[in-house]
Design a protein around this ligand. Sequence first.
Ligand code: ADP
Ligand code: MG
Length: 442
Amino acid sequence: MIELIDVTKTYTTRLGVVTQALDSINLTLPEVGMIFVLGKSGSGKSTLLNLLGGLDRADSGQILINGDDLGTRSGEDLDAYRCHDIGFVFQDFNIIDHYSVRENVGIAMELQGKAINHDHLEKTLATVGLSDFEQRKGNEVSGGQKQRIAIARALIKQPHLILADEPTGNLDSETSNQIMELLKEVSKDTLVVIVSHDSEEAKQFGDRILYIKDGRIAKDEHIQTSVHKTSQINEHKGFLKLSSSFKYGMHALRPKRLQLGMTSLLLTFSLMISSLLGAYLHFLDNPDTVLGNTLKSADIQAIVEDLRGYLTQANAEGLMIGTYILLLGIFYVFLSISVEQRIKQMGIFKAIGARHHDVLKIFVWEALLLGMSSFVLSSLMAYIYLLDINKKFYDGLQVLVLYQAQIVFHGILSLILPSLFIVGLTLNTLRKNSVISILKDS
Ligand SMILES: Nc1ncnc2c1ncn2[C@@H]1O[C@H](COP(=O)(O)OP(=O)(O)O)[C@@H](O)[C@H]1O
Ligand SMILES: [Mg+2]
């Protein structure tokens, strides 16, 4: 059972304008049924829904879920509450365009730490009429189908509460009706709260209608008394598995293969230059250890002098520092753009119950892929290039060889640097923006 006691919420805009979005709401919601929240734009409907779903916090008052106050829960506990107990359905769907229908729905289950249960997934897709569209991409289906995906994504969690914010606001009337009928069916076993401004729709489908005006409940109309059903609390255990995060992390890269390829090329280039300079400097520093047994010391000295004529040690060192700065810059620029492009995804993941570390787990693969591919490629290319130089100029004598310590350093750098960047940039974005503001803005 859900109880709201004196729940108040005010918003202050950046310019200091204060809006009372909810004003002392007292409400008890049953276990099952279809409840409509009606009211004019700006009356506080979405705020009420967001508070119920743990997407935002009340200023004062209590929201009790089976006696347990949402306000006392940590951010991570609220994520878990959304992950296991809540299904959100939004007006603008908030599905991930380049994920397949199957992935868009399956991710809700995997965020709960479960493996995909194919029977359950297929049944859920059948319930919403999407059986034939499993492999379609999110951006290859109609608006009505997008909303069915969102409903399936909510249903697959077997949540206690489905919250729908104007779910038919972007749909034509026939599709709206179908979506409402679907939600009505769901509401036999689950509580469904729907925000709407269509009173006809509310009267046709609602078991109860809450009229909201200026953040207060103006009228509470019971059309049909709901059947009582006791619900047990879902267990809040389990996190996204590493293998699942890999799958979703890699799939997220599909639409930007070119961007990724170009960046990897730039990184490979700067790492390779740095490896070549490293081999060069290593030889200048220790010519005797590199060539000790094979040549006389006078010959070695001649090679050293000859090489210095091409590029002085100081210049080589300067260049090497330059390539590292370049490397840092490329990683930073690419990954900030990448995080910027994925803000919307972040909002969607969070809304369906991902914890911060789930988001990081999905995003970090991109950094690792970029770092590792550039590292391997650059080392290979530098190796081949040096072989070639040695063959051409020194009859195959191993004068310039990869400096192993530097290659190890490159390996570690290519793993750690991009991972740190992506973790930092993602956390910074998540902390600076609330989930609601991310979803609203993008
Ligand atoms: N993040 C926000 N910052 C400032 N004001 C907000 C914010 N969210 C909502 N409001 C204000 O709170 C009031 C209620 O908003 P909302 O719950 O979205 O209304 P509804 O969904 O009924 O249209 C409105 O006046 C709105 O402008
Ligand atoms: Mg609204």
